[in-house]
Design a protein around this ligand. Structure first.
Ligand code: IMP
Length: 443
């Protein structure tokens, strides 16, 4: 059984939640490898909508074991709230949730620092989710972080907390003129969280290794997207974790030699939330049309997402960085009413046309996208389940985009609900997971 890494190919919000939920019944384990409660993975089951933040998107399937890997930063208050809400809605967490001892904690001073630094950043504001994810990863790299395992050792937890509160209070007071924290206040609350979470905290890399050796199949669930990666994204307008396929190894302790394939998730157009460069961004009516038809509002923050055309240059870059074997393309139906559809095939900068994604901030901002324009299909594709039903012009758009990116498409998503999905016959994904054919019988 294959081990598959699922990675966002753009700036996040590509529909990873739906795809992971769809593939989960064919897998034994789903493990989140990075990010925190900045993510909002939306899964629609019939009329029910679940927005999963720290919880792996396999959790709705009782037979699937879910793991929060060491690369994730966990806000315990948010995770416990998410767990309680899932239990209230009838989802069982007994024996199928495992949290890494090495995962770092988001502490109350992290969101405070996140908001304080954003409020002073002016034009260079990142537009973070304000959840404290960046400051938590900064502490991890600075060797100041507090891990899940520390939460279970009261003496050590207090010692680390004291050092942090001393340092963070000085920062908050003297640099940001913001409110400060007390050790006792945090200690009391976090020890309560420890009691709650203790049954789930374990050595997850050991478990994953044993399961893989026993022939179980693991899905590595990425959050955010390639262009938000700490190393490979549009730095500094990024999130602070390794969102790309390499992060699946460091964020779980599973070596890359155990991965069998990488599935990229991309929207048929493109969105971004927060600040930072977005070469194919649209304004005016077209942006509004995509936003309304695609319901492009943040699942976590409710913020309006910026909308634009698909960018084949950025997607080809994502394919290279992650080694996509195949792609699931989502939200095709959002483009149904467009008279024409465009794809970016190059960036014009000072007389040259670049066909590789550049690394300089100036180029991301100043280069003009060069588009290829195709006629729209102006036929409803919403809810289609069979390739043969696709209008020929939609087929032509998909073929051209796949050719430009250099990667085949295995899934085409035509709606938010699980089975509003086309599984491409003889595709790589259909070969990896033959059971998917049974889950998605075309009508
Ligand atoms: P942070 O992850 O909250 O630090 O935010 C850093 C950047 O990543 C901001 O531009 C956020 O809007 C963006 N971001 C973080 N999480 C997500 C996500 O799940 N989807 C889309 N963008 C995200």
């Amino acid at each position: 059984m294959p081990n598959i890494v699922v990675v966002g190919a753009q700036w996040g919000d590509e529909g990873k939640g739906k795809v992971v939920d769809l593939l989960a019944p064919c897998m034994d384990v789903v493990v989140r490898y990075q990010g925190g409660n900045n993510a909002g993975h939306t899964v629609v089951v019939g009329r029910d909508k679940f927005v999963l933040q720290t919880m792996p998107a396999g959790i709705l399937h009782p037979s699937v074991r879910c793991v929060v890997g060491c690369g994730v930063v966990v806000d315990p208050a948010s995770l416990i709230e998410e767990m309680e809400s899932l239990v209230q809605r009838g989802v069982s967490l007994d024996g199928n949730l495992y949290i890494s001892k090495n995962a770092h904690l988001i502490m109350p001073y992290h969101p405070a620092l996140d908001r304080a630094s954003e409020s002073q950043a002016g034009r260079r504001r990142i537009g973070t989710t304000g959840k404290g994810v960046g400051p938590a990863y900064a502490d991890k790299a600075a060797r100041m972080g507090i891990r899940m395992a520390d939460l279970l050792d009261e003496g050590l937890f207090r010692e680390k907390l004291e050092a942090n509160v001393f340092q963070k209070n000085r920062l908050l007071r003297e640099i940001y003129d913001a409110e400060t924290f007390t050790v006792e206040g945090i200690l009391h609350t976090y020890l309560r969280y420890a009691g709650w979470l203790a049954p789930y905290i374990t050595d997850t890399s050991l478990l994953l290794s044993r399961w893989i050796d026993a022939g179980k199949s693991v899905l590595f669930e990425g959050a955010q997207g390639t262009m938000l990666d700490l190393d490979h994204g549009t730095y500094p307008f990024i999130t602070s974790s390794s969102t790309t396929a390499g992060g699946a190894s460091t964020g779980t302790g599973v070596p890359p030699t155990k991965f069998d394939g990488v599935l990229g998730i991309a929207k048929a157009y493109c969105t971004r939330v927060g600040g930072g460069p977005f070469p194919t961004e649209l304004g005016g009516e077209l942006a509004d049309l995509l936003r309304e038809r695609g319901n492009e509002y943040g699942a976590v923050t409710g913020r309006q997402r910026r909308c634009g055309w698909a960018d084949a240059i950025a997607l080809r870059y994502a394919a290279r960085i992650n080694g996509f074997d195949t792609i699931a393309l989502t939200k095709l139906d959002v483009l149904d009413t467009c008279e024409t559809v465009k794809v970016c095939v190059g960036y014009r900068y000072r007389g040259d046309v670049l066909t590789d994604f550049p690394e300089e901030e100036r180029l991301w901002r100043e280069a003009e996208p060069v588009y290829e324009e195709m006629s729209g299909w102006q036929t409803e594709t919403h809810g289609l389940r069979d390739e043969s039903e696709l209008p020929s012009k939609a087929r032509a758009y998909l073929d051209r985009l796949s050719e430009l990116v250099g990667v085949s498409f295995s899934l085409i998503s035509t709606g938010a609900v699980r089975d509003e999905t086309i599984l491409v016959r003889d595709s790589i994904l259909a070969r990896w997971l033959p059971a998917l054919r049974g889950l998605l019988p075309a009508h």
